[in-house]
Design a protein around this ligand. Structure first.
Ligand SMILES: Cc1cc2nc3c(=O)[nH]c(=O)nc-3n(C[C@H](O)[C@H](O)[C@H](O)COP(=O)(O)OP(=O)(O)OC[C@H]3O[C@@H](n4cnc5c(N)ncnc54)[C@H](O)[C@@H]3O)c2cc1C
Length: 475
């Protein structure tokens, strides 16, 4: 920080309008010091609650002139410490920028502010028979701004693609306070795809203040099939068989016995009993879905499934998905603390990865519940521990690190959708060479020479993070 904190706060308060929405008291700041990855905490200098893109530009411009780091925040559901502030820096809270500005049913697009809740986009599009496809399990609380920063995915992204596939245009405040338009209202552009470059870069290139989103038609018919297997490997084989047969369900999700136990204790979805649960969902025109369903059910039987149920009933389907989507929070019934990991392996190596995770879990005596987007090889091992036990966090983090290393070794990635944030910076070296990382730093520096936007995330070496703690102690 180049300016004295008190002097900077005076400047912030002096900003027209937004100056009245600067939070500085300990109680006001407490909730902004962390996100859903609560192992990290850092108290910001201030939180500024903005209400328009112009206000974001004003605040970011001031930060740029005074050399003060800033982080944008939607709902703070990041599981990688993405919305963690930097000591001495500020949080720009976008929750009041939560309007769906327009829905164009003919163009199948919606223009939204960044603080709009994901599920509210589909609610606004529903009267036109349209929906917003990316559906993170946190979709009832997370924002479009957070989704695009992390290129978030969800159970139904197997067929529809991730957030990046649904963002057509952006209005962005760059780290020097300039506002620019990226992309537009269609996919037809000349030149580099700047929207795609911004999406998934975890806020390092600035703050999105408006987004034009692609909408998809609500499908004519949906069928959800639930079945169980006597091993995770067999369930993984069934997924490979379905894809191998040329079928693309809209979702294919697997939960292991521990994750099912947690879901049952929490929201009671009434899942059949087995070592692995597979949910397969098909959507589209009625006749096509019927035909594909026959093929899927046949393949599941060939792969040795146990009890199988298929439903088109919206309430039954909602309960099936409630069980799956609440799995992260449900493991709170099994242990006081947990780390959610987010690695990817090639689909063909799912069985191998799960066997190895099982072995590592048994070797360390740490329980791991597995929930994953099986269709695209995106694993979410939930590492259970009790933070009150001496060294438990560290042991859980070691296991998490080994699992990520395994994913890379098998030809996968350190993150599928939760981002690198603070948590996985060190693992970037597992995937990228020093030259690759230097190139990324150069790109970042070209846009943000002071490294003010989301400092300390993704690219910054831990040594530069200063006081931020991985063990929950505020500093
Ligand atoms: C129970 C649970 C389930 C989850 N399930 C999923 C899942 O299925 N799939 C998935 O992908 N994720 C999932 N997540 C992770 C998380 O919800 C997503 O990463 C989500 O996109 C974060 O949105 P947010 O509004 O909370 O963003 P925040 O946590 O507030 O911010 C996330 C990042 O986005 C940046 N950011 C926020 N707004 C902007 C903006 N306007 N411009 C630029 N940068 C911005 C922040 O600086 C930060 O780096 C889950 C989390 C929880 C707690």
């Amino acid at each position: 920080m180049d300016t004295e904190p008190d002097k900077f706060l005076t400047m912030l308060h002096a900003l027209d309008g937004v100056g009245e929405r600067v939070l500085t008291s300990g109680a006001e700041l407490a909730a902004f010091g962390s996100d859903a990855l609560t192992a990290f905490y850092e108290r910001p200098l201030a939180v500024v609650v903005v209400e328009s893109g112009e206000e974001v530009a004003e605040v970011v411009g001031l930060c740029h002139r005074e050399g003060v780091p800033f982080v944008a925040r939607g709902s703070g559901t990041s599981l990688s410490g993405g919305s963690l502030p930097v000591g001495g820096g500020i949080v720009i809270a976008l929750n009041r920028m939560n309007r769906v500005l327009s829905v164009d049913p003919d163009a199948r697009t919606a223009v939204v502010e960044p603080g709009v809740i994901n599920l509210n986009v589909s609610a606004a599009a529903a009267p036109h028979g349209l929906a917003y496809a990316p559906d993170p399990s946190s979709q009832s609380v997370c924002t479009i701004g957070g989704n695009l920063a992390f290129n978030s995915g969800g159970a139904h992204c197997l067929k529809h693609g991730m957030t990046a596939n649904h963002i057509l245009g952006l209005r962005v405040v760059l780290p020097d306070g300039e506002t620019v338009e990226l992309g537009g209202d269609s996919t037809e552009h000349v030149g580099p795809d700047w929207t795609a470059i911004f999406t998934g870069c975890e806020g390092l290139f600035g703050i999105a203040v408006e987004a034009t989103l692609r909408l998809v038609p609500v499908p004519e018919s949906v069928r959800t099939t639930l079945t169980v297997f006597d091993s995770l490997e067999r369930a993984g084989d069934a997924v490979a068989a379905i894809v191998g047969a040329g079928l693309i369900p809209v979702a294919m999700e697997i939960m292991d016995a521990l994750a099912m136990e947690a879901a049952e204790a929490s929201v009671k979805p009434g899942y059949p009993v087995g070592e692995a649960l597979l949910i397969v969902e098909l959507e589209g025109e009625e006749a096509v879905v019927e035909e594909e369903l026959g093929a899927v059910e046949g393949l599941l039987r060939e792969c040795g499934c146990g009890e199988m149920r298929t439903t088109a009933d919206p309430d039954e389907r909602a309960l099936i998905w409630k069980g799956r989507k609440s799995a992260f929070s449900a493991v709170g019934w099994l242990a006081p603390d947990y780390i959610v990991q987010d690695g990817v392996v090639p689909r063909t190596r799912l069985g191998e990865a799960l066997r190895e995770i099982d072995r590592l879990s048994a070797e360390r005596g740490i329980r791991v519940a597995n929930v994953f987007h099986a269709g695209d090889g995106n694993l979410h091992p939930l590492i259970l521990y009790d933070g009150r036990e001496e060294g438990a966090v560290e042991r859980a983090e070691e296991l998490a690190a080994d699992i990520l290393a395994l994913c890379v070794e098998l030809g996968g990635s350190i993150t599928g959708e939760h981002g690198v944030g603070v948590e996985k910076r060190e693992y970037m070296r597992l995937m990228f060479s020093a030259d690759d990382l230097a190139l990324m730093e150069d790109l970042r520096a070209a846009v943000d020479p002071g490294r003010l936007a989301n400092r300390g995330k993704m690219l910054t070496p831990p040594a530069e993070m200063g006081a931020t703690s991985a063990t929950g102690s505020a500093s």
